[in-house]
Design a protein around this ligand. Structure first.
Ligand code: FE2
Length: 282
């Protein structure tokens, strides 16, 4: 079977579970090249430029212009607690970064190549996209001991189209294990209505809460993944990853794809400058 094609059985599992893991989707060399590129970008980054400390637990970044204007840039978001009282980094720079976001796939040649492979284009086609558009990229470092939790959420909450279309394509750049904060998901959870929408309001952001109850995570399963594994995550699927309590980094890359045949809302947090329009795989 050609790279990126999936079997009927895999498609059925995708539809039933809302996620699908495919081992060896990327080679170790491809993963290590992306890793090296990310670390190189971090090397060139001046932390004093990033006054914003990124925290998905507290959403304290949400009002921050640095985040809201990052949809068409390459920006660096720090872990909580890595700045000392004088605003200097208390840990090595490459470990202080929580993630890079959100347009590396359009602005950096190495990320572009990793994001626009024939295999991923084929998979996206198999999953039924009419007009795929690569909306957002994130390189997540989840550094040893300090890499933080990402709370239970769905990606549709943040990247809303009508009808729902976003799918996250998550790639293990390092082995992701129970110890270093692998992803967890609720199989079939994508069939339940999304509980929340995060959107712009004025110069900040707000949440529309449709259901204040927490997600029922009693059926959650860990998604441990070897380097090179790709996991497709339906936009309405609740997922979570814990802090990295191990001595090993857990680098991962995610690209989120929407269908250009749907309506992308004007008050979604992520907006592009007209100078950098969304593109598909060509
Ligand atoms: Fe997510």
């Amino acid at each position: 079977m050609a790279p990126g094609m999936i079997t009927d059985e895999q498609l059925a599992r995708w539809e039933a579970d809302g996620f699908l893991a495919i081992e060896d989707f990327y080679t170790p060399d491809q993963c290590l090249a992306l890793r090296e590129r990310a670390l190189h970008l971090i090397e060139d980054f001046d932390p004093s430029d990033a006054a914003s400390v990124f925290s998905t637990t507290e959403q304290s970044h949400a009002q921050d212009d640095y985040f809201l204007t990052s949809g068409d840039k390459i920006r660096f978001f720090l872990e909580d607690g890595v700045l000392d009282d004088s605003g200097r980094l208390a840990v090595p720079k490459h470990e202080s970064v929580n993630k890079l976001g959100h347009a590396m796939h359009d602005l950096d040649p190495v990320f572009n190549e990793f994001s626009r492979t024939d295999a991923l284009a084929a998979l996206v086609d198999e999953l039924g996209f009419a007009e795929p558009q690569l909306l957002q990229s994130m390189y997540i470092l989840k550094s040893p001991r300090i890499g933080g939790e990402v709370v239970w959420h769905t990606d549709h909450t943040f990247l809303w189209t009508e009808p729902q279309s976003v799918v996250g394509f998550w790639v293990a750049i390092d082995d992701a294990t129970l110890d270093n904060g692998c992803m967890w998901a609720v199989p079939g959870g994508h069939r339940l209505p999304v509980k929340r929408r995060f959107r712009r309001e004025g110069s900040g952001t707000t949440d529309d809460v449709f259901d204040p109850e927490d997600y029922d995570i009693s059926q959650r399963v860990p998604l441990e993944a070897k380097r090179g594994t790709l996991i497709a995550l339906h936009g309405s699927l609740p997922h979570w990853s814990g802090p990295n309590t191990s001595e090993h980094p857990r680098h991962a890359y995610t690209v989120h794809i929407i269908d250009g045949a749907t309506h992308y809302l004007e008050d979604n947090w992520l907006q592009r400058s007209p100078a950098l329009p969304l593109r598909g795989f060509s």
